[in-house]
Design a protein around this ligand. Structure first.
Ligand SMILES: Cc1cc2nc3c(=O)[nH]c(=O)nc-3n(C[C@H](O)[C@H](O)[C@H](O)COP(=O)(O)O)c2cc1C
Length: 192
């Protein structure tokens, strides 16, 4: 046990037939998620009591899963302690958690997680690329902008767009184009 690190680990969380970028908070040896209620991830965790943290590094996948639902064929089934979970084929490593709701508020809730299985599939070397990091940042701001249309978030996205253009490779540029498409047609994206 121990693939994730103290602090907030950005992963693509898979629940039953669903994938979305999420933070897994590890503090003092305890794992938690802070979830906006209304996302598929939050609903699935409440319903099924498990989540898989997929460690991935494809910028396009981050943007796609932030704004869109993946088809069923995009998931791999794994058996964990006698029950089936879904994970992404692109995961370099994954961690399956039991999840219990710790606290519910009107718009958000926290889940406490207990790791039950960790698998390293195909670890790769990832030289630091500021364009890649900015894809993650722009995606976070983009998902929040869809909720509240705050103009400050658009300014932050503009800042990260410039870094992606300067530092990114083809996959980061493709992710940026996809992100701009989702933000441009705001209104018909997934709700969570
Ligand atoms: C890097 C990143 C981290 C995110 N972390 C969280 C999080 O910790 N909790 C949350 O509720 N949403 C988080 N989001 C937003 C969700 O990914 C977004 O609302 C998504 O559309 C939810 O999809 P779903 O409805 O399929 O669950 C994050 C987005 C990004 C890009």
């Amino acid at each position: 046990m121990g693939l994730l690190r103290e602090g907030i680990n950005e992963v693509i969380a898979t629940t039953w037939n669903n994938a979305a970028p999420m933070g897994i908070i590890l503090r003092g040896g305890e794992y938690r998620m802070a979830l906006f209620r209304g996302s598929h991830t939050a609903m699935n965790i409440e319903r099924w009591g498990w989540v898989v943290a997929n460690i991935v590094h494809d910028p396009v996948l981050w943007v796609r899963t932030a704004f869109e639902d993946l088809p069923l064929a995009a998931f791999i089934e794994e058996e964990v302690e006698g029950f089936l979970v879904h994970r992404l084929p692109e995961a370099e490593a994954w961690v399956a958690f039991d999840a219990d709701i710790e606290h519910r508020a009107r718009e958000s809730m926290t889940a406490i997680l207990n790791p039950v299985k960790e698998v390293v599939v195909s670890p790769a070397v990832h030289p630091v690329n500021r364009g890649y990091n900015s894809v993650i940042e722009a995606s976070v701001h983009g998902t929040r902008w869809l909720w509240n249309k705050d103009p400050i978030l658009r300014e932050l996205i503009d800042h990260h767009r410039a870094i992606i253009r300067r530092c990114g490779g083809p996959r980061e540029l493709e992710a940026l184009e996809m992100l701009e498409g989702y933000l441009g047609k705001a209104g018909d994206q997934k709700s969570g």
